[in-house]
Design a protein. Structure first.
Lengths: 257, 321
């Protein structure tokens, strides 16, 4: 167990350090969410998509964009695994006494950390645009937890797919195929109250929607923590499930070499 | 004691029998070469011995530990330099080495000292803090070797250490391996499809062909096992008379192991200088034109041909696994 934590830690440090060496990646990580926030915030500002009885659309949208970023970021997490497979870094770890689970877990943890950093940036931009986090300090924690967990859920899934497909082109196609529908089947852009019945029904089972609702409770309402906590628990379970899926895929990879 | 023992290893991938009963043993402190063309099963053998691949059957021991039963003990005792570089391109040489050392449970000043020592040893001291993406092929390869050595392994596996290197870098790598064998008192298992590499570096070699070890011994012993010289006759326009040519060469006194491959006829003779005029005379008398004749002392190439009945170069062509 101790070895798992230590190896995961070093591998997270490795991945994070490598990413900081990509200036474009850092720029995109910071700028792109801001663009979403400003663009969507303007586009839908007069539609009333936030539903009645809530504040401004930007305030409604901010937790949504935090979650959108987290789950997209997580979905692309598997690309790093493919790059490590292609460069045979994974095999190098496998021939050494590296914790097997740490190789997978580090990718998932790194996605969570990235999502938290992006969430902080987005919330700060939101504050500048007049958003208030009604849940206060606890609200901040809930938003960051939702972002981290969502990223981890999808990073687990993405790493599993990466280990099965092992090709970037297939990976890109899969992520695009899964990602956009999940976004529109959630309340990221539009209040649940305004959704058609069938979308509402599907959204209940969409992890993206669980995260969005928890984060939105924290930002827009600042009350009704019970359901928010439940959604976070769902996400914990989902993150555990996809991490196990990724681990299973990792075993399948090991058997195939 | 033997540092590596492979007993009847078998492994099948879908439609390819990669290992078909590989057996050999490597003594402690020895540089041992697995020689064979691409696709012969060398890499699969190494991947099995380094715990990456599970054999379907057979047994293997490395540094006294059972590879199948105690893979983690084996992993602690070995260094593995894969055919494909395992260098993390976005990290520096130093970072690559530090991470590998930590995975092996090293830490603190001892680890940093060891990393400095290795950077010096493989000549990467000046490039140590540059990101590996910018390294030349030879530099990446030397870093791979250093990565395999961080934890002072007892057994080092070098899978095709010079494939893809230019001749200069290859020569430098040879010197490197020779020095390592001496300084770090290692047992080294080296795979190569370069005959001259095995000849130069390995104290003993096993020739692998189609998933089996066909012969094992020192390069000198193997060559000595082939008496005489090899005569290679390249015919001009054979025009369907190849069999006739083979028969003629066969009839020359002392000629043995006559084989034809395309327009080339090879034969082993006790003395090349005496045999060549006789061979040319016979071919000339029936009007079969000759393009060229060469004679050579036995090489590992000939050993390969002798034991497998196949020409090394043609076996090696376009057979990427």
């Amino acid at each position: 167990m101790k070895q798992l934590f230590r190896h995961t830690g070093w591998m997270v440090v490795r991945q994070a350090r490598n990413l900081t060496r990509e200036p474009i990646w850092i720029a995109m990580m910071v700028i792109q969410p801001m663009i979403w926030l400003v663009l969507y915030g303007q586009l839908f500002s007069k539609t009333g998509a936030q539903g009645r009885g809530t504040g401004s659309y930007v305030e409604f949208l901010t937790p949504g964009i935090v979650c959108m970023n987290a789950f997209f970021g997580g979905s692309w997490g598997g690309m790093a695994m493919i790059s490590d497979l292609d460069r045979h870094v994974v095999d190098r770890f496998l021939a050494a006494p590296a914790s097997r689970f740490a190789i997978v877990l580090s990718q998932v943890v790194r996605a969570g950390i990235t999502a938290v950093l992006q969430a902080i940036i987005l919330l700060l931009v939101g504050l500048a645009l007049g958003v208030r986090v009604h849940g206060g300090f606890l609200g901040w924690l809930v938003v960051l937890a939702a972002a981290a967990l969502l990223a981890m859920v999808f990073a687990g899934f993405s790493n599993g797919i990466a280990l099965l497909l092992r090709r970037e082109a297939s990976m890109i196609a899969t992520v695009n195929f899964v990602g956009l529908p999940l976004m529109f089947l959630s309340s990221i852009l539009v209040s649940v109250a305004l959704m058609p019945g069938w979308i509402k029904a599907i959204a209940r089972f969409n992890p993206v929607n669980w995260g969005t609702r928890a984060a939105r409770t924290a930002v827009v309402f600042g009350s009704g923590w019970g359901p928010a906590g439940l959604y976070l628990l769902f996400l914990v379970a989902a993150a555990a499930a996809t991490s196990l899926f990724a681990t299973w895929c990792f075993r399948a990879y090991q058997r195939s070499i | 004691m033997d540092a590596i023992v492979a007993e009847d290893l078998r492994k099948r991938y879908k439609d390819v029998q990669a290992l078909d009963g590989v057996s050999f043993a490597v003594r402690e402190g020895e540089v041992f070469g697995l020689l064979g063309p691409n696709g012969a099963g060398k890499s699969t053998t190494v991947r099995t011995l380094t715990t990456l691949t599970q054999a379907d059957s057979g047994r293997a021991f490395v540094a006294g530990e059972d590879v199948m039963r105690h893979p983690n003990r084996v992993r602690r005792a070995i260094g593995y330099v894969a055919q494909d570089s395992g260098v993390d391109w976005e990290a520096t040489a130093r970072e690559n080495l530090l991470l590998q050392g930590r995975i092996h449970g090293m830490a603190g000043a001892a680890l940093h000292r060891r990393v400095d020592e290795l950077l010096e040893l493989v000549g990467l001291r000046d490039a140590a803090d540059r990101v590996a993406r910018g390294y030349s092929g030879g530099m990446k390869r030397r870093l791979d070797v250093a990565i395999g050595l961080v934890h002072r392994p007892r057994v080092l596996f070098l899978d095709e250490p010079t494939t893809g290197l230019d001749p200069e870098a290859r020569a430098a790598m040879w010197v490197e391996v020779e020095r390592l064998a001496e300084q770090e008192s290692l047992t080294i298992l080296l795979t190569t499809h370069y005959l001259e590499e095995a000849d130069r570096l390995a104290e003993r070699v096993a020739i692998v062909s189609r998933g089996k070890v066909v012969v094992e011994g020192t390069p000198d012993d193997l060559k000595a096992g082939l008496a005489g010289e090899l005569v290679t006759v390249e015919l001009g326009d054979v025009d369907g008379r190849l069999d006739e040519a083979v028969q003629l060469v066969h009839d020359v006194e002392g000629a043995g192991e006559v084989a034809a491959d395309g327009r080339v006829v090879r034969a082993r003779v006790p003395n090349g200088a005496q045999a060549i005029p006789a061979i040319l005379g016979r071919l000339d008398s029936v009007g079969i034109p000759v393009a060229s004749v060469t004679t050579s002392r036995p090489s590992l190439d000939d050993v390969y041909l002798h034991y497998t009945g196949r020409d090394f170069a043609s076996e090696d062509e376009g057979k990427e696994r």
